[in-house]
Design a protein around this ligand. Structure first.
Ligand SMILES: [Zn+2]
Ligand SMILES: [Zn+2]
Length: 364
């Protein structure tokens, strides 16, 4: 393991609470605040290498790295009006949602700036991760796509970016933004199947033009458990990232793949999240001096905050009471054997990548 002479930042602002889709909506605005409270309870901010940072809101120019001016103005108007929906119904409006959305994008950009400056190696904005939003529209609870905006920020500095999206849903908005570009590698692990949102993310979506071979999708069957998921993750992510050699890694770390999540139907436990975090942390040090920006995403059960707290502590290595940390975990991990249908998905992904004469040169 690398030494601990590097810093981690937990980024949060109370303005995030204005990202409110309404009282009965499955997305709760206070998940990030709860995560912060758990971490405070474990005294992780007493660790000299852990920073707590309040970000400024994103500016309109920053939003326009990805979004159109018309769409930004539309969100602003709807936010002042305080009711209605931004898309076909998934993403309702409450008064002030613009401020909440802009605060959260600001958090992801603050993380990006802290990493770029070298002040920290790892930055966490669990208030971000809005991977379904498009340049000109909201989608699937997402207003502005901070994942794509942060990637554009790094691209403008001449950096190559790997985006790993482990949300239970396909990272369609992020993939679309970079589909024809070769300096951003997108890898998405998600549930896939008839009728499941958003319906994209099959193995054969690999990018287009210059971007061919730089979009990777790992569509998983319902019920995929820790054992099978981690198998697929290890087979695909480390070899691809070491072949791509990014300058920075962004991870959308939605935790709606948890077995108790009401919307997704994957079967992961917190033990899988810890393992994913450990793998990604090691890759970040092996390939890009630890430059690793961790964002949030989906998560609609009571398990979100403790899942994100586990991820934060695993990556940052923050000193805390190990017994209290262990209590954050689910009591068991899931899965005894690697499922045949997941092995099959992995083989299909490898087939597509190895056959591709462009894109990341897969080392088998
Ligand atoms: Zn580290
Ligand atoms: Zn999701």
């Amino acid at each position: 393991m690398e030494n601990r002479e590097h810093f981690s930042a937990f980024i949060y602002s109370d303005t995030y609470l204005k990202y409110n889709l309404g009282r009965t909506h499955p997305l709760k605005p206070d998940r990030c605040k709860q995560t912060l409270e758990i971490l405070k309870g474990l005294n992780v901010f007493d660790d000299e290498y852990v920073l707590l940072v309040e970000p400024p809101p994103a500016t309109e120019d920053e939003l326009m790295l990805v979004h159109t001016e018309d769409y930004i103005n539309f969100v602003k108007r709807m936010s002042e009006r305080g009711y209605g929906v931004l898309d076909f119904g998934d993403t309702p409006v409450t008064r002030g949602i613009y401020d909440g959305a802009v605060a959260r994008v600001g958090g992801s950009l603050e993380g990006a700036r802290l990493i770029l400056s070298g002040r920290v190696a790892h930055a966490f904005n669990f208030g971000g991760g809005w991977h379904h939003a498009r340049s000109d529209r909201a989608a699937g609870f997402c207003v502005f796509n901070d994942v794509a905006i942060a990637a554009r920020f790094f691209l403008k500095k001449g950096m190559k970016v790997a985006i790993v999206d482990v949300d239970g849903h396909h990272g369609d908005g992020t993939q679309e933004e970079f589909y024809e570009e070769k300096d951003v590698l997108t890898i998405s692990f998600h549930r896939y199947g008839p009728g499941f949102y958003p319906g994209t993310g099959d193995v054969n979506e690999t990018g287009e033009g210059e971007g061919e071979g730089y979009a990777v999708n790992v569509p998983l069957p319902a019920g995929t458990d820790d054992k099978s998921y981690i198998y697929a993750f290890r087979e695909i992510v480390p070899p691809l990232i070491s072949a791509f050699r990014p300058d920075v890694i962004i991870q959308q770390f939605g935790v709606d793949s948890h077995y108790e999540d009401p919307l997704v139907g994957l079967s992961l436990t917190t033990h899988a999240y810890e393992e994913i975090a450990r793998i990604m942390h090691n890759i970040s040090h092996d390939t890009c001096d630890g430059r690793y920006l961790v964002l949030g995403g989906g998560g609609y059960s009571k398990n979100v905050a403790r899942s994100w707290a586990i991820i934060f502590i695993t990556v940052s290595g923050a000193k805390c009471d190990r017994n209290a940390y262990e209590k954050l975990h689910d009591t068991h991990s899931s899965g005894d054997n690697i499922r045949d249908d997941v092995r099959e998905v992995v083989e299909r992904v490898k087939d597509v990548l190895i056959k591709s004469e462009v894109g990341v040169r897969w080392k088998s």
